[in-house]
Structures are given as structure tokens and as C-alpha cells.
Design a protein around this ligand. Structure first.
Ligand code: ME8
Length: 659
């Protein structure tokens, strides 16, 4: 029999900056759902990628002095870029699409032409505001105080020839799709779409631009590039081979089972995308699921606010699986949630170190201590079960069904909640049975003790199977520790109590989830974030050159001379000032004070030949007179100001004039 197909996607990420924990949240969730379907034995296609066109990327590349392609290549493929992050987070995508891939670009041109040929794209005029110096079009809402958001200058009314998509034509059909089917989930997002976007009247959508070039060119009308959302949304079908020969999976996997997307882009996925597909005459995806945002201090994370959380730092600090688990366990998937490092550490300590970690380490240690590491044959059954035996067995046996219901409703947090109810029940079961008391008389209680151990291992095994989509690597280790072979790690065996051999040989292994010291970890995270911020600063930053000119005669009035340092000392009560006694060639010592104590020790400067301007009017600092100024070079390195005194060749005599 053919395996059931399951096609799942994440949004394709916009590589204008490095990805943060919010993006990671979305991808980890999609990965856990994809892994769940694989665990069930389905034929899964999991797609992710990057959305690389558009004016913003073009502008950022210009700012960075590189081509747009070089710019996106660095963020997607460079060190600690998008691909590195997904590898680190153990993301199991089957395919990765970049909208700059040539097969996608060619397919977009064909899709655009198809929409045009069937009459759904027509040429019109895009009206907006134009900033002449920036050569940029803006909409009214993009302006800041009515002015250009880039340069702050006045804008003028302008028109640009553009193509439009007949979105209005599909308004009724889309409203019906949203209101009368389960296409858009969670249900709470439906009203928002219908009331805010469809009922006020769907306008036709501008789908080409001529004011920038970084996009897919409209091949039948040079100068126009395809609107970035038409380009981006189509990735879900071009990555399967729609209108291209790169892949041949369109018939197999389309329509998608679900597009997982963040709430702010639900509009594009539940209105524009189905309308495009209707126009192309293609089937619609079965579901769009709009998840909430991870907030920081109640607000959205953004690079411009400087409050993004770096997933690399967290994964390196706490482990990839702990981070994956935290993201899925803590925040209900359809709503917003407040991220904090404290919450992350608490979740690790409570759920992973205390509940799960302790259950595994206590059980495996006890089997080692009381049974030499192997349970006796026959311990899987017990003639007169206690009420806590039946309760634990019933909970663990019924867990898969509850978990499945939650996962199928895109509620991974609920699925995990069910798993942890069983883990907590199992820990209570240890206390109820007090194995340490039973072990005091092994002759009388040995059999009962073995049965208790078996029940604990079996409950743990079932939980571990269902935790695998969330923490694949750790669960692999856990299976080894409890002695569960391949045949009892399967989806089927998760519903069958007693699948674990009763002569299982668990071994107490490494501590899978060490407890985190909250204060120490918070401090280390702060330091790591500070170091990362510093590492991201430019290596060298220079003062901009002055554009105002100084006439030659004025310049010549400055008297620059070589001076030799006869003595140098710190000025009392000043952290900044050094006092120099200088030979300036006149035969009379010159005193100059200079605020460079942070950069030099006085003794290292004695005997040096320096450059000074000697005809500045004398001035007093800390009660001492300074006659002139020593010349230094300054620049900023990794955010820190650096200063170097200009040192001259010692063969230059004191008093020599610089010109
Ligand atoms: O929107 N919490 O790309 P993108 C949760 N290229 N999710 C978040 C988040 C946060 N703090 N910040 C971002 C785009 N996301 C388009 C998609 S699809 C055809 C084109 C989510 O990189 C966001 O909600 O700006 C979105 O789903 C995804 O990250 C990509 O955002």
C-alpha cells in the first residue's frame, strides 16, 4: 500500500538580517510536526528556504557595498547563516529553496505569464509618493510625518506603470473558503481576515514594479520586476517542480497539507495565495496555520529595536534539544508568548532535569543497584496489580491517542503536556512503591520490585517515543539508557504496553539534562550576548572626512614641530592627563598636557620624538598650563576608541618644522 503523503512548509525567510529566536520557533515547530508524521510512517515532504528578492535587500546590499546576490549569499550560506542555523537546530527539511535559484526564477516568469494570459493580470498605473533624491516610491502609510522614511525629505505625488492582479474577482470565493471550511487555523484568525481585509473590499493587487531591479524580471515587459509576494508564495509549488524541470514531485505532494506561517503573513497565505492558485486552476493547500509571535518584554523582536535573541547563543549554552523542547512546551502554538531566559532555564530545570531526567536516572540506577543491570524474566506481569499500577499503565497506554489528537490539531504544547502528565505520574509511582524499602528484603519483595522497575521503564519508553519529534538526539540516547531496541521505539509500539522486553538491560548513562544554575547562566548569557554584539561591530570605523575646506594661508598659520619627550608623568588626581616636558628646539622646556593616560604609561614615552602643534594659546588644565597639543591618530575598533600618538623618526631634531 502507498504510504500516506504529508507536505508541510515553513515561510521562506527573508535574509535581510541574521535569523533570531522567533524564526527558529517557527521552523522548530514545523520540524516537530514533520518528524511526528514521519514517525507515523508517512511519506513526508518538508520544505523551507529563503525569500531573497525585493527593494529592501537591494538597498541593504547597496549600503554594504556588495551586489544583492553577494549580500544574500552571505546571510544564507555564510558562517552562522540560515543553513548553518537549521543544521545546528537539527531541522529535517527535505528540500531548501532559494528564490534566486534559476529554476524558480524561470518558473515565476511562466506563472506570471499564465496569470496574464488568462486575463487575471492587466497593466495599470500605480499611484504613490516619490522621493526624487532616493529614487524611491512610497505609499502614503510608509511615509514618516509625510516625508521620505529614508532621507526625511519632501516627497511628491507620482505614478508608475505597473501590472495588477484581479484579486477583487476572487473576493467571494475566498470569503467562502475562510468562513465555511477549516482552511485557515486557528479559527480565531478567520474573523480578522474577513472583517479587516475582505469586507472593506478587496482591491486588485499591484504585482510588478519598475522602480528597482532586484527581482524576477517580467520577461515580456522589460523594466518590470515581479512583486516579491507573488515570487515568494509560488515557492511552495516551484520547489516541487511546478513549471520547471528541476523537480518532479508536484503531482505527488501537491496540494500541501499545511503551510505553517506567522500571524502577520496569514493575510498573504489565506487571501492572495488561494486567489493565485484559483486563477492558475490549481488545487488549494488543505490548511494554513497562523502561529503567534514570541515577544520580548511584551513587544515584537526586531533588529531595528536591537532586541533580537540569538538562537546560536541559547543552543550552544543549553543544548539544541533543550531549546527545541522549551519553544514547543512553553508557548501555546496559536497565540503570542513572552520569551525570557528565566523561563527557558525554569523549563529546563523543572521538566527536563527534575521530571524526565530524574525519572530516567533514578530508574536506571535502581535496576543497576538491585538487579545488576538486567531485569528478571517474567517481571512484565503481576497477578494482583495495585491501583497505582493500573493507573500508570492506563495513562501510558492511552497517551498516544491523546498526543495524536493534539498534534493533529497543531497543538504541540498540548501534546507535550499529555506526555509530562505521564512522566509526573511515573515519578509519583516511584514514591508510592518506595523501591528502597522493597529492596531491604529481596527474597520477599524482589519480584514486586522488578515489576515496579519494568513499569517505570515501560512508561518512560512510551513517553520517549512521543518526545522524539521534539528532542530527536536526546531521545536516541535515552532509548539506549533504558535498553529499548529499535523495535520498541516505533509509533505502533507507543500504543502497546509491554513492548519492552522484560529482560531489558538498562544502563545508567550520562545525565541527559543537567540542572542549570539560574544566576550563573543568566550572567553568562549576558556576557555572550555582549561578546556577540561586539563581534558584529565593524573591525575598523573611521571618522568621516570633513567636506568643508580650509584655505591654504589659514592652514599655514598652524606651527607643527618635532618635540622630544624629556619627562612624562601622570597629573595628580586626573585619570586622563599626562604631563609632558618637551624639548622643542628653542632651548626652553615646553609643557604640554595630553588626555592620553588611558593609552600610554608615562615611562614608555620618555625619549620619543613626537609631533606637536606649538602655537595654540596656552590653557590651564587641572591647575597646570598646557602650551600646545600633541598629535595622535584615532579610530574605532570593534566599538572601542583607539589612539596612537604620531611618533616621528628619532633622527629628526627637536624643533624641526613640519610642512
Ligand atoms: O515573512 N515570533 O519572512 P520573515 C514568531 N519572507 N515568529 C516570528 C517572529 C517572532 N518574534 N519573527 C518572525 C517573511 N517570525 C516572508 C515569508 S512565505 C512565502 C514568505 C516568523 O523572515 C514570521 O511570522 O520576515 C514569519 O512566519 C517567519 O518568521 C518568516 O519571517
Amino acid at each position: 500500500m502507498d504510504k500516506q503523503k504529508f507536505y508541510i512548509t515553513t515561510p521562506i525567510y527573508y535574509p535581510s538580517d541574521k535569523l533570531h529566536i522567533g524564526h527558529t520557533y517557527c521552523t522548530v515547530a514545523t520540524d516537530a510536526i514533520a518528524r511526528y508524521h514521519r514517525l507515523r510512517g508517512e511519506d513526508v515532504m518538508f520544505l523551507t528556504g529563503t525569500d531573497e528578492h525585493g527593494q529592501k535587500i537591494e538597498d541593504k546590499a547597496k549600503e554594504a557595498g556588495v551586489t544583492p546576490q553577494e549580500f544574500v549569499d552571505k546571510i544564507v550560506c555564510g558562517e552562522r547563516g540560515v543553513l548553518d542555523l537549521w543544521k545546528l537546530m537539527n531541522i529535517s527539511n527535505d528540500r531548501f529553496i532559494r528564490t534566486t535559484d534559476s529554476y524558480h526564477v524561470a518558473a515565476i516568469q511562466r506563472i506570471f505569464k499564465k496569470l496574464y494570459d488568462n486575463g487575471d493580470i492587466y497593466k495599470g498605473t500605480y499611484k504613490g509618493k516619490y522621493c526624487k533624491p532616493c529614487e524611491s516610491f512610497w505609499t502614503e502609510s510608509q511615509l514618516v510625518d509625510g516625508k521620505c522614511p529614508d532621507c526625511g525629505r519632501e516627497v511628491q505625488d507620482a505614478e508608475e506603470e505597473a501590472y495588477f492582479f484581479r484579486l477583487s474577482k476572487y473576493a467571494d470565493k475566498i470569503q467562502d473558503l475562510l468562513e465555511n471550511t477549516d482552511f485557515l487555523q486557528p479559527r480565531s484568525r478567520v474573523n480578522e481576515m474577513v472583517n479587516n481585509f475582505i469586507k472593506p473590499g478587496l482591491e486588485d493587487l499591484c504585482v510588478s514594479r519598475t522602480s528597482f531591479t532586484w527581482g524576477v524580471p517580467v520577461d515580456f515587459d522589460p523594466g518590470h520586476v515581479v512583486y516579491v509576494w507573488v515570487d515568494a508564495l509560488s515557492n511552495y509549488i516551484t520547489a516541487l517542480g511546478y513549471e520547471n524541470d528541476q523537480y518532479d514531485d508536484y503531482a505527488k505532494y501537491w496540494p500541501a497539507d499545511v503551510h505553517i506561517v506567522g500571524k502577520e503573513i496569514v493575510r498573504f497565505h489565506s487571501i492572495i495565495w488561494p486567489a493565485m492558485l484559483m486563477s492558475l486552476g490549481e488545487p488549494l493547500p488543505k490548511h494554513v496555520f497562523g502561529h503567534g509571535w514570541l515577544l520580548l518584554d511584551g513587544g515584537k523582536m526586531s533588529k531595528s529595536k536591537g532586541n533580537v535573541v540569538d538562537p546560536y547563543i541559547l543552543a550552544e549554552h543549553f543544548g539544541v534539544d533543550a531549546l527545541r523542547f522549551f519553544l514547543m512546551r512553553t508557548f501555546p502554538f496559536g497565540t503570542d508568548g513572552n520569551f525570557s531566559n528565566e523561563l527557558l532555564i525554569q523549563t529546563i530545570n523543572t521538566d527536563l532535569a527534575n521530571d524526565l531526567g530524574n525519572l530516567v536516572s533514578r530508574t536506571t540506577a535502581m535496576v543497576g543497584k538491585y538487579f545488576g543491570g538486567r531485569l528478571p524474566e517474567g517481571c512484565g506481569s503481576w497477578d494482583a496489580p495495585e491501583s497505582f499500577d493500573t493507573e500508570l499503565i492506563a495513562m501510558a497506554s492511552g497517551l498516544r491517542a491523546k498526543y495524536e489528537e493534539a498534534m493533529d490539531a497543531y497543538a504541540p504544547h498540548k501534546a507535550l503536556d499529555e506526555v509530562f502528565k505521564v512522566i509526573q505520574r511515573a515519578n509519583k509511582y516511584i514514591d508510592e512503591n518506595a523501591p528502597w524499602a522493597l529492596a531491604k528484603d529481596m527474597e520477599a519483595n524482589g519480584k514486586r520490585l522488578a515489576h515496579v522497575m519494568y513499569n517505570l521503564l515501560e512508561a518512560t519508553r512510551i513517553c520517549a517515543i512521543l518526545l522524539t519529534p521534539f528532542m530527536p538526539e536526546s531521545m536516541d540516547k535515552l532509548f539506549q539508557q533504558i535498553g529499548a531496541g529499535e523495535d520498541c521505539r516505533t509509533w505502533d509500539s507507543a500504543a502497546v504496553w509491554g513492548s519492552l522486553s522484560d529482560t531489558a538491560a538498562p544502563t545508567k548513562g550520562e545525565n541527559l539534562f543537567p540542572r542549570v544554575d539560574m544566576d550563573k547562566a543568566l550572567q553568562e548569557l549576558e556576557e555572550a550576548a555582549e561578546a556577540a554584539k561586539k563581534a558584529a561591530l565593524p573591525d575598523i570605523e573611521l571618522e568621516p572626512q570633513l567636506t568643508e575646506t580650509v584655505d591654504f594661508d589659514t592652514f599655514c598659520k598652524s606651527d607643527f614641530r618635532a618635540v622630544k619627550v624629556k619627562a612624562c608623568e601622570n597629573v595628580k588626581k586626573s585619570a586622563k592627563l599626562l604631563k609632558f616636558t618637551l624639548d622643542d628646539g628653542t632651548g626652553t622646556d615646553r609643557q604640554i598636557l595630553s588626555g592620553i593616560a588611558a593609552y600610554y604609561k608615562p615611562e614608555e614615552l620618555v625619549g620619543k620624538t613626537l609631533l606637536a602643534i606649538v602655537n595654540l594659546p596656552p590653557r590651564k588644565m587641572m591647575g597646570q598650563e598646557s602650551c600646545g597639543m600633541l598629535i595622535s591618530a584615532v579610530h574605532t575598533e570593534k566599538g572601542e576608541e583607539k589612539l596612537n600618538l604620531i611618533m616621528l623618526d628619532d633622527r629628526i631634531p627637536a624643533g624641526a618644522k613640519m610642512c
